[in-house]
Design a protein around this ligand. Structure first.
Ligand SMILES: O=P(O)(O)OC[C@@]1(O)O[C@H](CO)[C@@H](O)[C@@H]1O
Ligand SMILES: [Mn+2]
Length: 436
């Protein structure tokens, strides 16, 4: 980022996305969408103050006020494009964040500002600052400001979840022949893929969950999958020894429900050893899964009784026996792209190297896989990974941001002719595999 100032153009090719390019998706995101997300956090704290105090104790009264002040100031810093500032020493990741800030300041001979720096970095920094507002408190340290939105979204998708639950319950208790298993594999992979439409960050917290039968959706939307390596994924699973599946999760609510369905299918029909669900360590991009959300979803479903409870009870046993495990790691809430993982977090990289298959869910994971660069869309997916090949991996992503690679010639143009905003609506998707 050499120069300073806005440019009335899209992000140039082979450059990292930034809100300084006014025709890129980053610009309206920072100008309009993120302020709405912060306003909703403030509104929630104001509206639900008394119930928060009732839950966390009287000390929370002053702390809620302080957090409201902090978030209002944060919103103001963003909207007036102020320089990013150092984090306080709260949180074990503050040194990494401050080192990155200092490197960027040196590199550009001035501190980065919200709109002028790289979008991925600034947006991740925003969620880390929001986390700091709560780290500064005692009573409400563990309050998740997005919890209420996530629970509401789950509640509103229970009809779809129940249809899936019924389907999964039947399948895991039946013996399928191999051609049936193949078809079911594609089905569960795509159900999990389209589950990614349901994130609350793109919509500024408004639920955009599917209003239709998720089983019908699978075939109906196949033509919206711009790159589909699902056959390679199946071949890899079938031809390699049984092992551990790493699921790098994205959103809570309906999406993680679909992920749990796919995970159970892989254990029950492919006989894999275990599934590690890799979650964020603190509230992130509104709807991303933290460990607490998985416990919440299991408990909620158990209370619903019927098919949903049957599913949840089985999943609970899988967690109890260690076949399903939740693994939290701070790397996922850094601004680092995955090409830098080996250097920044060699331990995590080493763990992923043991994986039979790493499933990366969602848009933000994709942005970190491809370094958030505006690649020519026909750039091979493996090239976009810039050396990140810990183990065979697949990205299941609905497109909500203007970066993409791995498309066949003509595909991007075809999608653009169907919809001008094909890259950012979540209507199009990719299943992209890299076999390292
Ligand atoms: O990772 P997810 O949940 O699929 O999507 C998160 C997301 O909506 O947030 C970003 C901007 O805030 C978008 O680029 C991105 O699509
Ligand atoms: Mn997300």
């Amino acid at each position: 980022m050499g120069q300073i100032g806005f440019e009335d153009c899209d992000t140039p090719l082979n450059t990292r996305l930034s809100a300084r390019y006014k025709r890129s998706f980053a610009y309206p995101s920072f100008k309009d969408r993120i302020p709405v997300i912060l306003t909703k956090v403030i509104d929630h704290l104001v509206r639900d103050k008394e119930s928060i105090i009732a839950h966390f104790g009287e000390k929370a009264r002053e702390e809620v006020k302080n957090v409201i002040g902090y978030v209002s100031q944060l919103k103001n810093e963003l909207m007036t494009d102020k320089p990013l500032t150092e984090l306080s020493s709260l949180g074990s990741d503050h040194e990494l964040w401050n080192r990155i800030l200092s490197d960027k300041t040196k590199e550009h001979s001035r501190p980065p500002t919200w709109f002028q720096t790289e979008w991925l970095y600034a947006e991740c920094y925003l969620y880390r600052r929001l986390h700091e507002a709560f780290l500064q408190t005692e009573a409400i340290k563990h309050l998740d400001p997005f919890h209420w939105q996530k629970t509401k979204a789950l509640e509103n998708s229970l009809v779809q979840a129940e249809i899936l639950a019924q389907h999964v319950n039947k399948i895991v208790s039946n013996n399928a022949d191999s051609s049936e298993t193949e078809q079911l594999f594609y089905e569960f992979l795509k159900i999990s893929l389209w589950g990614n439409k349901c994130d609350l960050s793109l919509s500024g917290g408004t639920e955009i969950c599917l209003q239709e039968n998720p089983l019908n959706q699978v075939l109906k939307y196949d033509s919206f999958i711009l790159a589909d390596d699902s056959q390679c994924v199946l071949k890899h699973l079938a031809d390699s020894p049984k092992g551990t599946i790493d699921f790098v999760l994205d959103n809570a609510g309906y999406e993680v429900f679909t992920d749990l369905c796919l995970a159970e299918f892989l254990l029950s029909k492919f006989d894999e050893h275990k599934v590690l669900f890799r979650t964020k360590a603190f509230p992130w991009y509104v709807s991303d899964v933290i460990a607490k959300d998985i416990h919440y979803i299991l408990n909620t479903l158990k209370e619903k009784k019927g098919e949903l409870a049957e599913c949840a009870n089985r999943w609970q046993s899988l967690f109890d026996s260690g076949k399903f495990q939740i693994v939290e790691n701070q790397f996922w809430t850094t601004p680092c792209v995955y090409a830098d993982m080996e250097e920044v977090d060699p331990k995590l990289y080493g763990e992923l190297k043991e994986s039979k298959l790493i499933i990366f869910k969602g848009d933000l994971n994709y942005r970190k896989l491809d370094s958030d660069i505006n690649w020519p869309p026909t750039t091979p997916f493996s090239q976009c990974l810039k050396g990140f090949h810990p183990a065979p991996l697949v990205s299941l992503r609905t497109l909500k941001c203007d970066t993409i690679g791995g498309l066949q010639p003509g595909k991007a143009e075809q999608a653009a002719s169907q919809s001008e905003s094909w890259m950012v609506t979540g209507d199009f998707a990719v299943i992209q595999f890299d076999s390292s």
